[in-house]
Structures are given as structure tokens and as C-alpha cells.
Design a binder for this molecule. Structure first.
Ligand SMILES: Nc1nc2c(ncn2[C@@H]2O[C@H](COP(=O)(O)OP(=O)(O)OP(=O)(O)O)[C@@H](O)[C@H]2O)c(=O)[nH]1
Ligand SMILES: [Mg+2]
Length: 458
């Protein structure tokens, strides 16, 4: 009977030792950064069994940490039966190889970057997201290729791989070539997808609509806010990098204007450069925004550091010029004094709780104000056959008064710069427009701006 007892399929968490080096340079203390690394490790399904730190002026070239520390590490790996050692900073390929040799198989030596790449691999759900992660993983792997990563490249390389070390130079060269080839294929495929998306968004009726992007440190509550604002159903979890793929939803403001709002990948300190590079198309959503809502977990003790980390990624992706409003989220976790402090540190911020819904109306009002800023008031006469344009007037402008006259829709609107350009050819300066201003209200033709604003012909 016992012979066919099924094996347990529940994954056993890998036992991880975390290693941090305090170089005395970073804004983030070594302890804080390691605490975050521990959360990343747990998100990736590991169990942290110990943390080791060392104070150094500069990393040791051969092994990153000093010789004595390496010995100490080896001791802990044995006594705690660790499966993996995770360094908080990026190791060079040779440091990684040297450490692996000293600590010995089958213990894996990885760094923060590899860990983040692993989490991304699990959380990417769209085709494009997966390709982006794969590209970043292969770029990470290429200089570290010693045989053990080749399974990532595809079936064709599996046969030749024996052990991790001591394989022939030629096989390694073959592997490298395959990885490089795969990298260029992925790049081409991503470019193709990006082009196609560009074409699609040009064709979409809402291109040119005011765009809001939710940006923030991972776990700040971006997806919760999107869900709250639009009734979307984006994955929310108390884990890091819960969301990778961008989700965009339309949102109608009280004054009738439609905006789109996009939730996307969270940022983190020491965000691997190759990830920023590979996620170009995802991050393009941020760059294309008219307004960034920088969502902050106001209850996090590292709030200010997180804001700085987000700002520096924004600068890195060329988005620092975009209008940005800070949103202090999770206000429900703060007491009155803390709330006052947070608001004093960010006097221009909107304070909300995405989970409870408090402050969300104020936030929407703020978005409406931002969207209206820089708008111009103009009178337009849109012919009846321009159905799409009429719809745009209702959904993207604030309509102050409107009259249906013989030639079409005569309206006085507040339009943002983009809409003003679109509407310029239809600007009404003739007597009809002036008439509207003079007696529109009297003749009863002025209609209230209705909520939907969608003409019946669409
Ligand atoms: N108490 C409280 N918790 C919140 C609030 N907003 C979000 N959370 C919680 O914070 C955690 C992270 O929320 P998400 O919305 O997934 O955060 P995110 O910014 O999308 O995170 P990533 O996708 O991982 O970058 C979840 O457990 C949420 O329930 C809030 O206003 N108050
Ligand atoms: Mg999210």
C-alpha cells in the first residue's frame, strides 16, 4: 500500500540568509534595506533564517564581503541548513561565482536584482509583461552564464548542460550566443508590440483624453486606489510587486469630463537598471501621463525615503517634468498627531484612505482642478455630422452652455490645451455665438450639462 503514497506537493519554503553591507553611503540604513529585502524574499516564498551585516568602506572585489565574513557565512549556511544566500546589493558575476565556489553547492548565491526578477517572473500576467521580464532576466543572466541558467533560453540548450562548473568553453560560447539571439528576438518582439500599441492608441477615440497615472513605491496602495475610483478589479495584495502590468480605466469626473487613470508597476529603491530598461513600454504609460498621482503609504516609517526613491526613478525615465500631486494614502493607520505631521511635511498633498474611501472625493476634485488648469474658454460650432467631435466636446471639456442650432452644436466650453487645438477649426466667432452669449438663457435652449454627455447618435 505504502508504496504508492503520493509525495507532498506543497512547496517547502527555501531557507534564506540575507547579507547586507553598510557602505555608509546610502540614505537607507543597512537595517532598513535588509528589512525590505526580507519582505521581498518572503514575497518570493522564502523563509528568512538569518541576516548578516558588515560595515565596509568599499566592497571587497573578490567576494563583496570580507574573508572572515565569508567564513562566518559558510558556518551559518551549514548550521542553519540554508538553501539560498541573498545579497542586498548587486554582485558582479565574478563575485557571485567566487562566493558560490566557496560556500559550495547546492547553496544558491543571488542578489536583490535576481530576487526582484524572480518575483516579476511570477507576477507578470500579460504577454508583453512576460516578454519584458524575460528580457531583463536574460540580460542579467548573460554575463553570469556558467551553464546553470541555460534552461531559461529554451529547450534547445538543455541537452548539453551537465554540471554547473567545468564545462567546455565551446559549450559556454554556444550558450552565450543563444542567449544573445533570444535577447534580440525579445527586443524585436517588444518593439513590434509597442508599435502596434501606438497605432491602436492613435486609433482609439480617447487618445488625447487627459491621462492620470498612479505612481508609487510598491505596496503604497495604487491598485486599491484604482479599484476604489473606478470599480476596477486589479489584484491587491499585501506583498511587494503585486501588480506588474498596467491597467487603464476611464473615470468620469463630476463636471462631466472623462479622464483615464492607469495603475502600473511599483517602484523600489535600488530598482535594477535593466528592469527600468526592459519595462520601457510599461513605463511609457507613466511618461505619457498629463498628471502623476504619487501614491505614498503615509504610515510607512520610511515614507520620505520612499518618496525620494520614486522621484529618482521618475527622473530616470524622463517623467520628472510631468505635473505631480502627492497622495498620502493609508490615513486610517495614522493617529491625529501623525496625520498632522504628514500633512505639514506635504502641505500640497491630498490625504486619503483608499481602503476606507476617505478623502477620495477631495482627490477627485483636485484631479478635476488639475485637468482644468491651463484650459481656455472658447465657443465652438460643431456640425451635426461630426458625431465623434461632439462626443469629445461632451466628454473632454467642461461644457458651460450649449445650444443646438441649425448648423450644429453651438457650445461654450472650457478646453485643455490639447482639446483647444482639436477644436480650433470649429471656433465660432460669428453672430450665432455672440447671440448665444447674449440671449441663450432667455430662449430656453441652453441645456444643463448632463452627467453622461454622450449624444444619442453614438
Ligand atoms: N490600512 C490601509 N491599507 C491599505 C490602504 N490602501 C491599500 N492598503 C493595503 O496595502 C496593501 C497594498 O495595496 P496595493 O493596492 O496592492 O498596493 P500597490 O501600490 O498596488 O502595490 P504593488 O502592486 O505591489 O506595487 C494591501 O494589503 C492593501 O489592502 C489604505 O488606505 N489603508
Ligand atoms: Mg498594485
Amino acid at each position: 500500500m505504502g508504496r504508492f503514497k503520493p509525495l507532498s506537493t506543497a512547496p517547502v519554503p527555501e531557507r534564506a540568509i540575507l547579507v547586507g553591507v553598510d557602505l555608509g553611503k546610502s540614505e537607507w540604513g543597512c537595517e532598513e534595506s535588509l528589512a525590505e529585502l526580507a519582505r521581498l524574499a518572503e514575497t518570493d516564498g522564502a523563509e528568512v533564517v538569518m541576516t548578516l551585516t558588515q560595515r565596509l568602506d568599499a566592497p571587497v572585489p573578490r567576494t563583496f564581503i570580507g574573508r572572515g565574513k565569508v567564513e562566518e557565512l559558510c558556518g551559518y549556511v551549514r548550521s542553519l541548513s540554508a538553501d539560498v544566500v541573498i545579497f542586498d546589493d548587486e554582485l558582479t558575476p565574478s563575485q557571485q561565482a567566487n562566493l558560490e565556489k566557496i560556500v559550495g553547492e547546492p547553496v544558491k548565491i543571488i542578489d536583490r536584482t535576481a530576487l526582484i526578477l524572480d518575483i516579476f517572473g511570477v507576477h507578470a500576467t500579460t504577454h508583453e509583461g512576460r516578454l519584458q521580464v524575460q528580457l531583463a532576466q536574460l540580460q542579467y543572466v548573460l554575463p553570469r552564464l556558467r551553464g546553470m541558467w541555460s534552461h531559461l533560453v529554451g529547450e534547445q540548450t538543455r541537452g548539453g548542460i551537465g554540471s554547473r562548473f567545468g564545462q567546455g568553453e565551446s559549450q559556454l560560447e554556444v550558450d552565450r550566443r543563444l542567449v544573445r539571439a533570444r535577447i534580440s528576438t525579445l527586443r524585436r518582439e517588444l518593439e513590434r508590440l509597442e508599435r502596434r500599441r501606438g497605432v491602436q492608441s492613435k486609433a482609439r477615440w480617447d487618445s488625447g483624453v487627459y491621462r492620470v497615472a498612479l505612481v508609487g513605491y510598491t505596496n503604497a496602495g495604487k491598485s486599491t486606489l484604482l479599484n476604489r475610483l473606478t470599480g476596477a478589479d486589479v489584484y491587491v495584495r499585501d506583498e511587494l510587486f503585486a501588480t506588474l502590468d498596467p491597467t487603464t480605466r476611464a473615470l468620469e469626473l463630476d463636471e462631466g469630463r472623462k479622464v483615464t487613470i492607469t495603475d502600473t508597476v511599483g517602484f523600489i529603491q535600488k530598482l535594477p537598471t535593466m528592469l527600468v530598461e526592459s519595462f520601457k513600454s510599461t513605463l511609457a504609460e507613466v511618461r505619457a501621463a498629463d498628471l502623476i498621482l504619487l501614491v505614498v503609504d503615509a504610515s510607512d516609517p520610511h515614507r520620505e525615503l520612499e518618496i525620494n526613491a520614486v522621484r529618482s526613478v521618475l527622473a530616470e525615465i524622463g517623467a520628472s517634468e510631468i505635473r505631480c500631486v502627492t497622495v498620502l494614502n493609508k490615513a486610517d493607520l495614522l493617529d491625529e498627531l501623525q496625520l498632522r505631521d504628514a500633512a505639514a511635511a506635504h502641505p500640497d498633498a491630498q490625504v486619503i484612505s483608499a481602503r476606507e474611501g476617505t478623502g477620495v472625493r477631495g482627490l477627485l476634485y483636485r484631479v478635476a482642478r488639475e485637468a482644468a488648469a491651463g484650459s481656455v474658454t472658447m465657443s465652438v460650432l460643431v456640425p451635426y455630422e461630426k458625431g465623434l467631435l461632439m462626443r469629445m466636446v461632451h466628454e473632454r471639456c467642461q461644457v458651460m452652455r450649449e445650444t443646438y442650432v441649425q448648423e450644429g452644436l453651438l457650445a461654450t466650453v472650457k478646453a485643455d490645451a490639447r482639446m483647444a487645438r482639436t477644436l480650433a477649426p470649429y471656433e465660432a466667432s460669428g453672430p450665432a455665438a455672440q447671440q448665444q452669449g447674449a440671449d441663450g438663457e432667455k430662449d430656453g435652449l441652453v441645456q444643463d450639462v448632463d452627467d453622461k454627455g454622450v449624444p444619442a447618435d453614438e
